[in-house]
Design a protein around this ligand. Sequence first.
Ligand SMILES: NC(=O)c1ccc[n+]([C@@H]2O[C@H](COP(=O)([O-])OP(=O)(O)OC[C@H]3O[C@@H](n4cnc5c(N)ncnc54)[C@H](OP(=O)(O)O)[C@@H]3O)[C@@H](O)[C@H]2O)c1
Length: 329
Amino acid sequence: MSIKYGMIGTGMVGGWLVKGFRGCERSELTAVASRSEEKAKAFAQQHGITTAYGSYEEMLKDESIQAVVITTPNTLHREWTEKAAHAGKHVLCEKPAAMTAEDSAAMIAACESNSVKFMEAAMYRFQPQIAQVLELIQGGRIGQTRLIQGAFCFPFKQEGNIRLKKSMGGGCLFDLGFYPISFAVLVAGQTPSFVFGASLYAESEVDLSNSATLQFENGISAVTECAFCTDIKIHAEITGEEGRLRLTDPWTARGTKKEIEIWKNKKHIETIELEDPNAYTTEIDHFSDVIAGETEQLWTPDDTLRTISTLEAICKSARIVEAMKVVGP
Ligand SMILES: NC(=O)c1ccc[n+]([C@@H]2O[C@H](COP(=O)([O-])OP(=O)(O)OC[C@H]3O[C@@H](n4cnc5c(N)ncnc54)[C@H](OP(=O)(O)O)[C@@H]3O)[C@@H](O)[C@H]2O)c1
């Protein structure tokens, strides 16, 4: 059974998702909605999408669509998730699900009460290298995990972009920090008990850089960095009592190869090479499998709640310059 999707929004990630849909085996993008009819028509024509809607509401009335992909700015994710859920559509919502744990919980609850599935589109989780990392750790390859590090930094100055607008949920913490922070929470397997964040802010009040420390009850610590105001820095490392895993390209899908380096006692022991498929394709088809009831959801609502509560606590900690207790599942 193929699942028919409609896309809400016609921006940058929308274009990337369209390419992802092209490789899907059981997911079809049959409609797109924009706030402007002209934009919807142009996007549909450019990407060969059958139906174009000049309003999001209009598309939600389309009974031929079972699911929507929400690609709006962060601060609008809750509104459109709730409206889609009430219209009986399954929701694949771009990361970060929302700017607060309260909003995320409301989105998940709206989907549950309307018997539709909700998944935050954490694309990197669908890279085979992430499953491999978890397997290596669980298989004892680096002993007891103690320290997780991750960074996602690059220079970004595009004036007018949603990433630099506070009202749209901009700032590097929720945009880029989402990756290393959700990864740390995933690898640690729990919500941190407390966090400390430090940020540099622009005049517009969005954060331009953030570094954070996360302490987990199971004895794991994490240190994360993200920035819009530095040279490129992208990596992730997990250090255990008996070795270290190093991912040189953990967050994006480039269609080349991924590498996990294994280090022990300062020596490079092995490099595991992995495929780098279009992770948007894998993510979308996985969500269709979830909708069809054929698989367990890989990135669950609990993963979302743990991540967003952590991001929210780091954000608050950076504002008040105090360590924050995290309230989460
Ligand atoms: N998973 C990933 O790899 C990935 C990568 C990049 C971004 N994202 C996420 O995807 C979302 C969108 O990011 P993006 O870079 O694609 O943003 P973008 O290029 O600005 O696109 C956002 C779209 O949202 C719609 N929109 C609705 N209300 C809007 C408003 N008030 N202002 C601006 N746009 C509005 C617009 O579509 P219409 O004008 O057609 O209505 C716009 O094209 C964010 O949540 C971001 O974190 C995910």
